[in-house]
Design a protein around this ligand. Sequence first.
Ligand SMILES: Cc1cc2nc3c(=O)[nH]c(=O)nc-3n(C[C@H](O)[C@H](O)[C@H](O)COP(=O)(O)OP(=O)(O)OC[C@H]3O[C@@H](n4cnc5c(N)ncnc54)[C@H](O)[C@@H]3O)c2cc1C
Length: 440
Amino acid sequence: MKLITDPNTLAGLSHDEAEWAPAGTPYAAFRPQSTKDVQEAVRFCAEKHIPIVPRGAGTGLSGGANAVDGCLVLDLSRMTEVVEIDRDNLLAVVQPGVVNDDLKKAVAAQGLWYPPDPASSPWSTIGGNVATNAGGLCCLKYGVTRDYVLGLEAVMGGPVEYGTAVRLGRRTTKGVAGYDLTSLLVGSEGTLGVVTEITVRLRPAPRPADTVVGAFDTLVAAGQAVALATGRGLQPAALELVDRACLQAVEDWKHLGIEPDTEAMLLARAETAEDADGLVAAFTDAGAAWTERSTDSTEAEALFAARRLTYPALERLGPLLTEDVCVPRTQVPAMLARIEDIGARHGVRIATIAHAGDGNLHPLLITPPGDENARVAAQAAFEDIIDGAFELGGTVTGEHGVGLLKRDGMIRELGPDAHAVHRAVKNALDPLNIFNPGKA
Ligand SMILES: Cc1cc2nc3c(=O)[nH]c(=O)nc-3n(C[C@H](O)[C@H](O)[C@H](O)COP(=O)(O)OP(=O)(O)OC[C@H]3O[C@@H](n4cnc5c(N)ncnc54)[C@H](O)[C@@H]3O)c2cc1C
């Protein structure tokens, strides 16, 4: 096993994109190329009681891939083989380090589609997407990563000897043999084992979509349009909200020619004429300043590209504390109003992007670099946003995962009984507590 101990390389492998989450100092890192390599590493760590922190591309936003002191960072980004594409059975088998967009391209060459599309799809890995049960833009209609994972290979411990590669799940479209351990591993954030191979479900290539854009004078009005669209049973393939601060940051950085002239914009993909007409009507009824419907894919892609660039564009303005609450869709307007109120109350600059159609909001709390008071205020606002989501029947994390930033919130959300069951699963599958300890 060739361990990496160079301090600079280790520093780069010690944290994800959650700028506020603490990161420890690893003992070493290792870049496996195969399941066998992972098995060797897990056996080695189990013998010496060394914590293992798996990582994909490190694009996580909750500190899940952050090193803990003395750990071995298992960097799976070199396991990049698309092992199989089975066109007739609509599935693919991949190693965990395959980048989401690379899988999309590989299957598109055969007229197929892998739908899960986190905005980090150009960089994030399928292993990381599985470990966080990543969502994205099109999950409103097509579901999240879990809905596409048929089977897994994971290197585990606990009831089996540490370092055993266990195959979970199936290749068939149906199958109910045993507990759904595949789903248990999906979203487990590296705390139950290391995912070394994934069998994913594919779909035929998506239908071409119209883009419907609505511009609103207030965030709350945009939220009302979302609630109206949901209440009317519309099924857009994406329904994203971007506020003025986000659009301005992207424009200042990339000069795409977007002129943010309103407070909030909704971007939707409609795959049927009924949905497109319905979205225009819902936006108008909610008081949109203007709406536009386009079949021009270049224009539409530019808008969605801007949406994807918001996070890195805002990062340029200062450290970001990223929220990820999710509320029932009818509560989107109320949650947006609370976010505005919380920002004003704490004097914190908040830019909001949202997978609004899912009720999944990402208020991004921007603090000037080095300003400790602003940091304290942002932390208080972060907690208030979580409380607000709970009060509206929501959850502490819609898709980014628990990691380090949402641990307290998760414990509050689960309550003592469900948390005890949660801990029992961890203790049974990882009695040595070496798989990503202290997370989730
Ligand atoms: C610009 C930007 C946009 C984003 N947009 C979205 C979005 O729309 N939707 C969304 O859900 N997320 C989004 N994210 C968050 C992030 O991209 C996802 O959480 C993604 O799934 C992480 O993948 P990764 O390969 O970077 O994993 P990492 O960040 O490296 O790891 C994430 C977690 O998975 C674990 N892990 C990684 N690989 C394995 C493995 N093989 N076995 C076991 N555990 C493993 C790690 O220990 C860690 O807990 C975004 C992030 C950025 C920076």
